[in-house]
Design a protein around this ligand. Structure first.
Ligand code: APR
Length: 258
């Protein structure tokens, strides 16, 4: 039996989404991909429990000891290559298809939003699909682990160890992604924030930009975050792959009753 408050929360979220009349943006974090088998970074079983992010995901350490960092990267890529979009990814693609969500800003590097059918995706921290060389301009598009006998993979132009085209700590956000995400956040009348601990900036600033521009923020997460009770107008706690389809159903009921 569902609590009344949860039903009311879905209806409240649907009202905000429909009021936005399509001018809605999304911000997703690792939590949305947990149901696809990709561990989040923080919290129980988080990747950063096993690997110190400032040792394994910091750019200067990568340059000093790339082979060591590839111990973590190899494990991460093996999981990402096996992962498929879950109901939460598909729900966001459905919202875009219904004209209720315009732009999706993701901190995730797993490509699952595009695999689920989302078209307008801004990869704020890059993506694992391509490898790049820090010593020359060579790139390995659509890299798969099966393509190499041993890790780490090396540049076929200069021999340097390659790096997935993701943003490490100490690296800037790709300029185009930052500009597009900022514009989308400022234009949005609502931002759906899903599965992020809202700890890492400037990604976590995006909902604040929406708020500052007069928009609303709906947060869906397993736990409270720095956005809860302040920036977020509505926080619904629970698994995104269960909550998002409920919000879509509430939107359909609301449209049906109009
Ligand atoms: N549904 C909804 N939320 C979930 C679920 C789920 N099934 N599972 C976990 N969560 C929540 C957790 O409670 C947590 O608050 O998702 C959040 C994941 O937080 P993080 O692991 O910190 O991931 P994220 O916020 O994406 O991290 C941001 O930090 O390490 C860097 O570059 C990395 O992009 C990453 C950034």
């Amino acid at each position: 039996m569902r609590t009344k408050s949860l039903t009311q929360a879905f209806e409240h979220a649907a009202e905000i989404m429909l009021e936005a009349d399509g001018r809605a943006a999304g911000l997703t974090g690792a939590g949305i991909s947990v149901a696809s088998g990709i561990p989040a970074f923080r919290g129980s079983q988080g990747l950063w429990d096993k690997y110190d992010p400032f040792e394994y995901a910091e750019i200067n350490n990568f340059k000093k000891q790339p082979e060591k960092v590839w111990e973590m990267l190899g494990e991460m890529l093996a999981v990402v290559e096996k992962a498929h979009p879950n109901r939460a990814h598909k729900a966001l693609a459905e919202l875009e298809g219904k004209g209720l969500l315009r732009t999706l800003i993701t901190q995730n590097v797993d490509g699952l939003h595009q695999a689920a059918g989302s078209l307008e995706v801004i990869e704020f921290h890059g993506a694992t699909r391509d490898l790049c060389c820090l010593s020359c301009d060579w790139r390995w598009p659509d890299f798969k682990l099966i393509a190499v006998k041993n890790l780490p993979p090396h540049c076929q132009q200069c021999g340097a160890v390659l790096k997935p085209d993701v943003v490490f700590f100490g690296e800037p956000i790709p300029e185009r992604a930052l500009l597009e995400a900022t514009a989308a956040a400022e234009k949005a009348k609502v931002m759906l924030v899903i599965g992020t601990s809202a700890n890492v900036h400037p990604a976590a600033d995006m909902p604040i930009l929406t708020k500052r521009s007069g928009g609303k923020v709906i947060e869906i997460n397993l736990e409270l975050t720095p956005l809860s009770g302040s920036v977020a107008d509505l926080t619904i706690l629970g698994p995104a792959d269960q909550l998002l389809p409920e919000i879509i159903a509430a939107c359909e009921r609301l449209v049906g009753n109009e």
